[in-house]
Design a protein around this ligand. Sequence first.
Ligand code: BES
Ligand code: ZN
Length: 457
Amino acid sequence: MTPFEYAQSHGEAFVEELKSFLRIPSVSTDPAYREGIRRAAGMLRQRLLEAGFERAEIIPTEGHPVVYAEWMAAGEEAPTVLVYGHYDVQPPDPLELWETPPFEPTVRGDYLYARGVADDKGQLYTHLKAAEACYRTRGRPPVNLKCLFEGEEEIGSVHLEPFIREHRDLLAADVAVISDSHILRPDLPAILYGLRGLAYVEITVSGPAHDLHSGSYGGAVHNPLHALAAMIAALHDEEGRITVPGFYDKVRPLTEEEREELARIPFDREAWLKETGVPTDWGEPGYTIIERTSARPTLDLNGMWGGYTGEGAKTIIPARAHAKISMRLVPDQEPEEIARLLLDYLQAIAPPTVRVEGRVLHGAPPALIERHSPAMEAASRAYEFGFGKRPVLMREGGSIPVVTTFQQELGLQPVLMGFGLPDDGIHAPNERFYLPNFYRGIQTVLAFWEALADGKA
Ligand code: BES
Ligand code: ZN
């Protein structure tokens, strides 16, 4: 039996196994889930050993642990592939909107539903099961494998960068591959050559020393919620451009050539409106939806709170108002600099009636990847084998912080070989993974390894 056949005949068993991984609530942002993080790392290590890896260990960091595994059985002549994935997931809220509970994986139709199934546990699993298929048939994969699975991707990979810097030799490889993104349609695969970066800040606007009776003081005390709302409203102009001074200064303009290429990517506006549920699109004038969501920077309010939000009415002027703001960045914007520009601007426009404090939560640099390389060609052929079609090259609006770290610290241009779909609902209720993509993903990974091994021989 070939590894391809083995994977094909074990698909359902793989899904059952994946379910037990998904049952572990490994939410990285909330300390209440620390035990979930620990158990997910433990299970991953165990499964790596069962898949044939010679070495698999849990390496502690200052934050959540890294799971590292190695299988160098293909010999010195064969290339070494570094596989990255993340075992942490986003918080499952709002819970009441899930049709089945987030940590009780359920198959409905062609989809498996669970928090983290597409982002990234199910995608990471394609590599694990490809390895197992090689182990059970040929005894070893055609390439040497190193796996780096982290537990902090959803909170900015803060401790991964120092880990990689300190373990350059351990992680040395010829090719890096990351499956943590999506293709366009089941019949239209895609490889990413760009990701946006991120700068995330939280701000607090303070007014009175404590909540005040809105009858006794209203009219003479500036309400911090109003001040915050006005400041937030001032961050975009009427057409959707960001007004923070200097924000666009380092944005690398799109070349005509790239714009033409991006315009050739199939895009169905009606399907997009349906997927998002919005009545119509919005955003920076002069750019297409694809450009605005992948190659132009953004500023978004993620949440805003303060005062009374419980049942019924309460008459107060609240002491404080809060907001969480994220900015998606493109080359050559730098997260620290952009966060600083925003915080300075907020101070500058704050009325004298309130005080404003801001803090930076995390960031990720934007990334562009070389589009033409033997690894990209191998990936393209692998998709053709797995999905029946050559992939399109495109940019994405999300962020994967490790991409730039791989480029800078390891000199590797990672291949962003995703298997999700745009409507998987990652970070949202009812997150799902299209099972045919899971199966084809395993086939694609197997074909990728073979193509790489052939290339080097
Ligand atoms: N898998 C996503 C990144 C992604 C999203 C790639 C959509 C392609 C399409 C990843 O898990 C993620 O959500 N990253 C965070 C990173 C941040 C916390 C630094 C993001 O983009 O919000
Ligand atoms: Zn994510």
